[in-house]
Design a protein around this ligand. Structure first.
Ligand code: CTP
Ligand code: C5P
Length: 356
């Protein structure tokens, strides 16, 4: 490699707006092609110039990418067209991108320079997940939600038709969505097609390390739907309370029972991958019970259980899901210091929809 000894430094760049496990999977593949992964992120200004304003700010986008476990360094301000200079400045040997063509506002292949210099490698894009698809699910979610309303039905119906139209425009513009084409893969909650999970993918995403006998084990549980900066800040704080962090993910019906409407937007398998890609997480319980039980605490030898700044919903409106860890005096409330929620993301998407 260039620069730093024999180390192979791999450059990846992009918008990384609404980071999902497809992005994480491309960074995982990039890591396998070298030793270090350096991610260049476009500024809000640069993205606005080429494809309209991003949903998330550059600070949020940087934080999300830094939270992915295969990422070694993050650089804000990567040019939209990848240059040889930017590779050299960052001591990178080559650039890695998914096998889709990306263009500037002028219709130039953003990788033409690195391609002709033979400093470009391609990885497979992850099928079944994209920002377009996730935005589509959120718009459909609000449409279905509106249908349940009564008084303002007509106005909202009109509004939802406009949304669907926008969605179709968005789909045809990006030409990358596979929404609603395979009815067998539709989510019962969002009506959209989705990623097909395999054990292989879970193995690739997990680090496979079990805790050491002396490790202090921390447990948290939740929906972790549309994995976001609030989750990230919370998990970072939780991981610092011990040596090994286990995240319990509630099943889709459980999440639906306390979030209502058409939540969750991502199904359990998708949420598993999003959480596994986070560098603070060691293990995930796929379909954790809503109430933290004696059995669960003993089975995983959990030393501390915590919950973040969001309200705790009681099971059947009366049972505290943390009653057992509270009795054992191993429960702690943690303030993530971050106000992001899945609902806020949905609100942002809706207020941004005119730009899509
Ligand atoms: N990527 C991927 N699989 C996906 C989505 C993105 O491998 N399902 C990769 C892209 O190929 C790129 C990197 O993630 O190498 C970051 O690119 P970015 O510009 O952020 O992604 P988009 O292609 O815009 O992602 P999306 O379509 O989800 O908006
Ligand atoms: O809402 P959800 O179940 O996805 O949250 C998972 C965990 O993350 C909860 O403990 C919640 O309180 C915490 N969280 C947080 N700050 C946020 C969002 C979530 O502490 N902004």
């Amino acid at each position: 490699g260039t620069g730093k000894g024999n180390e192979i430094r791999v450059w990846c760049d992009g918008c990384y707006d609404m980071v999902h496990f497809g992005h994480a999977n491309s960074l995982r593949q990039a890591k396998a092609l070298g030793d270090k992964v350096i991610v260049g992120i476009h500024t809000d200004e640069e993205i606005t110039k080429h494809k309209g304003p991003p949903v998330f700010t550059e600070e949020e986008r940087v934080k999300m990418v830094k939270g992915i476990k295969w990422v070694d360094e993050v650089v804000l301000g990567a040019p939209y067209v990848t240059t040889l200079e930017v590779l050299d400045q960052n001591n990178c040997d080559f650039c890695v991108h998914g096998d889709d063509i990306t263009m500037t506002a002028e219709g130039v292949d953003t990788y033409h320079l690195v391609k002709s210099a033979n400093r470009y490698k391609e990885v497979k894009r992850t099928a079944g997940v994209s920002t377009t698809d996730l935005v589509g699910r959120m718009l459909l979610l609000t449409r279905n939600h509106f249908r349940q309303g009564s008084a303002e039905y007509d106005i909202e119906k009109e509004e939802s038709t406009a949304k669907l139209l926008k969605l179709q425009q968005l789909q045809s513009r990006l030409g990358s969505s596979n929404m609603g084409q395979d009815s067998s893969a539709k989510s019962p909650w969002t009506g959209c097609s989705q990623f097909l999970p395999t054990t292989q993918k879970i193995i690739q995403f997990s680090d496979g390390k079990s805790p050491n006998p002396s490790d202090k084990i921390v447990y948290v549980a939740g929906a972790f739907d549309l994995f976001h900066v609030g989750h990230l800040d919370f998990l970072e704080k939780a991981s610092k309370l011990g040596d090994y962090l286990i995240v319990g993910l509630h099943t889709d019906p459980v999440v639906n029972s306390y979030k209502g409407s058409n939540y969750p937007i991502m199904n359990l398998h998708e949420r598993v991958l999003s959480v596994l890609a986070c560098k603070f997480v060691n293990e995930v319980v796929i379909g954790a019970p809503y109430c933290v039980t004696e059995e669960l605490l003993d089975h995983f030898k959990i030393d501390i259980v915590c919950h973040g700044r969001t309200p705790i919903a009681m099971e059947d409106g009366k049972i505290d899901p943390y009653a057992v860890p509270k009795t054992r005096a191993i429960f702690e409330l943690l303030d993530s210091g971050n106000e992001m929620t899945t609902e806020r993301i949905v609100e942002r998407i809706i207020s941004h929809r005119l730009e899509y």
